[in-house]
Design a protein around this ligand. Sequence first.
Ligand code: RIB
Length: 304
Amino acid sequence: MPANVVVIGSLNMDLVTRAPRLPRGGETLIGESFSTIPGGKGANQAVAAARLGAQVSMVGCVGSDAYGQQLRGALLAEGIDCQAVSVVDGSSGVALIVVDDNSQNAIVIVAGANGELTPTVLERFDAVLQSADVIICQLEVPDATVGHALKRGRELGKTVILNPAPASRALPSEWYAYVDYLIPNESEAMVLSGLAVDSLETAEAAATQLIASGAGKVIVTLGAQGLVFANGSSFEHFPAPRVKSVDTTAAGDTFVGGFAAALASGKDEAEAIRFGQVAAALSVTRAGAQPSIPTLLEVQAFKS
Ligand code: RIB
């Protein structure tokens, strides 16, 4: 039986335009294309873990609109268990995304149904959490729900991963002790630690602070610079595989889902990190969130 990864988080419909560059304040640009693509950090991480070998259950909420059906359908098509994806009255979560010619993006999310994933809803699906080997959370659902999921994951003795994205403020201090792997990118590491993060050295300093706050191990992802893995007071740098970047949307999600799937399957941390990095590198060579996430066969066939 493949190991079970449970993702507690958001499902968004991504409304994506490509433009030569990101607009400045007050500016109107002519876009080159428009697409609606299933996304949301939680759902992307669930799809990544499923395509990369894990059995996956998703816990989340979609709206009673057409997007809600499409978002749930996209997960079901990947073989993801959606018994804990509730349909609530109103609009699904959406993300307005602009991707420029340098493959950089700017994103605004509107929570919609994701805001209805309360601790009470989560309690109804406690059996799903109990079935997990690995639990993954992010920050696109209410904080109270994330806190509940992390705490419950720790009580149940599960491996708990927190991808603190998007981070706009410090985390509640009690969360750190519930987390086995904290996986921020550089801007999230900066918000959480209060330190500038733009190099391997500064990533190590931020990770040291986050471990001192109580996190088990910390992985600071640094885009093309790779990542820093901090375990206690030891650090390891993992360079990123070199690829031609088309769209970085969901690269972080692909890393998190791939890392979790690999860890759950019994790979050691270093192997799981490299596996997640290859998956993320492949995802940036393709457009969109969920359509860009590679399969296990593609990762195994990758040659840098
Ligand atoms: O991490 C990428 C995701 O962030 C997008 O799919 C979008 O929905 C936002 O949640």
